[in-house]
Design a protein around this ligand. Structure first.
Ligand code: KIV
Length: 271
């Protein structure tokens, strides 16, 4: 199946043009060079160096422990692989909630040391100062509302957010604020589809949903989940496009069998 590849290089403006003409935006996470090369060759529009690397790559229970140095390492590896996709990097927990100065310094390190194109921050009004300061330095910012995993200890669970009217209204207010101050797009995570639709219709900037329903302007999934490399994660919003856990395990088992049986290497596979 061919994908739409009108843009040679995806920019934040290209994403806004896509929304304007009704073309959906595809986004996936990436944390390393080899995977990013495949995703970029497949034509994905945006690669998110998510702090979900904390779970997926490092095995932590939450996104909180990942450090700025680790995010920069992942981001630089991804940037070296891409030719077309826009690369957005999560500012890790603790690098923008307390001080806009720290947010700017951390962003500058990400941009200089990885070569990424934009950063993402979770939250609305509460992190407005940090977003504005980063924007004032000329760095594009993607917002993130709804379920914001860096606040997991406040929420207590990973269940759907903004089901109640008050929280939904606050989310709409925050989304309008993020647009007003200059965010180029907003991730909407795990919210009712009806709310995803309302926010997407209200805003001019694109919304990218993960569990935000079918009306957001784009979709994002954690690559390891959609490829079936992770096994024990079954949220309703996740569609698996492959079952690589089993494919890879079988390959490893085949290799071990061949080594044990002295089938590998054979005569042609040696010097
Ligand atoms: O870190 C991440 O992977 C994310 C996505 C879930 C949007 O923020």
């Amino acid at each position: 199946m061919s994908v739409h590849k009108e843009f040679k290089k995806i920019t934040t403006h290209a994403l806004q043009a896509m929304k304007a003409r009704g073309e959906r935006i595809s986004m996936l996470t990436a944390y390393d060079y080899s995977m990013a090369k495949i995703l970029d060759a497949g034509g994905v529009d945006v690669l998110l160096v998510g702090d979900s690397a904390s779970n997926v790559m490092a095995g932590h229970e939450t996104t909180l422990p990942i450090t700025l140095d680790q995010m920069i390492y992942h981001a630089a590896s991804v940037v070296r692989a891409i030719e077309r996709a826009l690369v957005v990097v999560d500012l890790p927990f603790g690098h923008y909630q307390g001080s806009s100065r720290v947010a700017l310094e951390s962003t500058i390190r990400i941009m200089k040391e990885s070569g990424a194109h934009a950063v993402k921050m979770e939250g609305g009004k509460a992190v407005q100062d940090s977003i504005e300061r980063v924007l004032s330095a000329g760095v594009p910012v993607m917002g993130h509302l709804g379920l914001t995993p860096q606040s997991i200890y406040k929420f207590g669970t990973y269940t759907v957010r903004a089901k109640e009217e008050a929280e939904a209204e606050q989310l709409i207010k925050d989304a309008k604020l993020l647009q007003k101050i200059g965010c180029f797009a907003i991730v909407l995570e795990k919210i009712p589809a009806k709310l995803g639709k309302k926010v997407s219709e209200t805003l001019k900037i694109p919304t990218i949903g993960i569990g935000g329903g079918q009306h957001t302007d784009g979709q994002v999934l954690v690559t390891h989940d959609m490829l079936g490399i992770t096994k024990d994660f079954h949220p309703r919003f996740l569609r698996r496009y492959a079952n690589l856990y089993d494919v890879m395990k079988e390959a490893v088992e085949g290799y071990i069998t061949d080594v044990k049986n002295r089938d590998f290497p054979n005569e042609k596979e040696q010097y």
